[in-house]
Design a protein around this ligand. Structure first.
Ligand code: HEM
Length: 371
């Protein structure tokens, strides 16, 4: 124990008096009979807010590492560990919905009328998580003329705007990807080599279809058409101009340089120095996916408990929540890179010099060195 350190008690350290005294039932204050399930309703929301606080804490740590001119490569492993923690918390957030669903619709209606116009819309921490990840106002599903910031104080609005204007994880990771040296490796034109591998993969897919004698000409045409459509995705990344147009139209959000670096990391994910960057991109995809899962489960729970009733916050309820689940993706461009992958076996071999640049160097002492 450090000098002058007072002994601490479990209850005071955790400030349990405050936390356990923070469940005030509206049904007790404003109706003749306290509603049994209101306690569960309050506790679940409070637990969510505590977990949001922890997620924000982890995301801040990751942002601090990435918002540097030079990201120390050793920090990538730490960032992955922070994001792993976020992922485990998200799994709990999804599971928790089951606990709330032990409440029936009629039990909920006993106190729901006392909650207007409070709503999850007003959760500042939830919005903070969304903007810290990189969700922009122009990409949000909306209802009426309500802005997502309308419910917050001036200083909260300021905080959200500041992060939205360039300090999110998506932007920080994009800037880091753009700075990676992998794209300008000596004597190795990545894009040219990649194009060759893509063409050979597509050609062999076409050949397999054309050679298949059991296929009707109708089915063959349909399948060849699908391959041609799929080829468009490759053309996007192979043609800088086309990619810039898509970026301008908002079809993609990741810069061209960022997209190329992410593609290279995915293709050469087995190279030792690319393993951590690959893990990082995978974690971002998982976080997006788990938030989407939470949004769908929350919408489904709303349907179970409210049906098509409008929400206490003034939206259409279930339909609005489904829209957010379908559209509030942040790291979709990283996810879509999967479409652009080619088999390991047809990947152009990296020249030795490039491998050396990418690889870790464990200089083993040879026998000769020992003499
Ligand atoms: C009885 C359980 C619940 C019901 C019926 C319910 C219903 C709704 C509805 C209808 C909305 C749409 C906004 C509105 O018009 O009010 C909404 C939004 C929201 N709810 Fe819930 N909710 C429940 C529990 C929870 C819990 C436990 C959380 C955890 C914090 C939560 C977080 C949110 C958030 C963050 C939003 C905003 C979503 C967005 O705009 O993307 N809700 N909820």
């Amino acid at each position: 124990m450090a000098e002058n350190q007072e002994p601490v008690h479990y209850e005071t350290y955790l400030q349990l008096e405050k936390i356990l005294g923070a469940q005030k039932l509206r049904s007790e204050a404003f109706s003749s009979k306290p509603a049994h399930d209101e306690t569960l309703f309050i506790i679940i929301h409070q637990v969510y807010e505590l977990w949001f606080k922890q997620i924000i804490h982890e995301l801040r740590a990751v942002l601090d590492m990435f918002n540097q001119d030079q990201v120390d490569e050793r920090n990538i492993g730490k960032a992955v560990a922070n994001l792993d923690r976020v992922i485990e918390i998200q799994k709990i957030l999804i599971q928790q919905i089951r606990v709330l669903e032990t409440m029936t619709s009629q039990d909920f209606l006993e106190f729901r009328g006392l909650l207007f116009p409070a709503s999850g819309f007003q959760s500042f921490q939830f919005r903070l998580v969304e903007v810290m990840l990189g969700l922009k106002e122009q990409h949000r599903a909306t209802y009426g003329k309500v802005r997502y910031t309308d419910f917050f104080t001036a200083s909260q609005k300021e905080q959200l705007k500041e992060i939205e204007n360039g300090q999110s994880l998506l932007e920080a990771v994009t800037a880091w990807l753009e700075r990676t040296p992998f794209l300008s490796l000596e004597n190795f034109d990545f894009l040219e080599e990649y194009e060759k591998a893509v063409n050979s993969m597509i050609e062999s897919e076409r050949k397999a279809i054309n050679d298949n004698q059991d296929m009707s000409s109708e089915e063959r045409d349909m399948r060849l058409g699908m391959i041609a459509e799929n080829e468009d995705f490759f053309n996007r990344i192979l043609d800088h101009q086309q990619y810039q147009t898509l970026l301008k139209d908002g079809v993609v959000k990741l810069s061209y340089k960022g997209a190329l670096a992410a593609l290279l990391i995915n293709l050469y994910q087995d190279e030792p120095i690319l393993q951590m960057p690959y893990n990082l991109l995978q974690r971002l995809i998982t976080i997006d996916e788990l938030f989407t899962t939470w949004r769908y489960r929350h919408a489904q729970m709303t349907m179970n408990l409210l049906g098509k009733k409008p929400g206490t916050g003034g939206s259409s309820g279930h339909d609005y929540l489904l829209k957010t689940a379908a559209s509030h993706h942040v790291f979709k461009d990283f996810h879509n890179i999967t479409t652009l992958l080619v088999p390991r076996s047809s990947l152009p071999e990296l020249p030795q010099g490039v491998k050396k640049e990418l690889g870790f160097y464990f200089t083993q002492k040879t026998k000769a060195d020992n003499h």
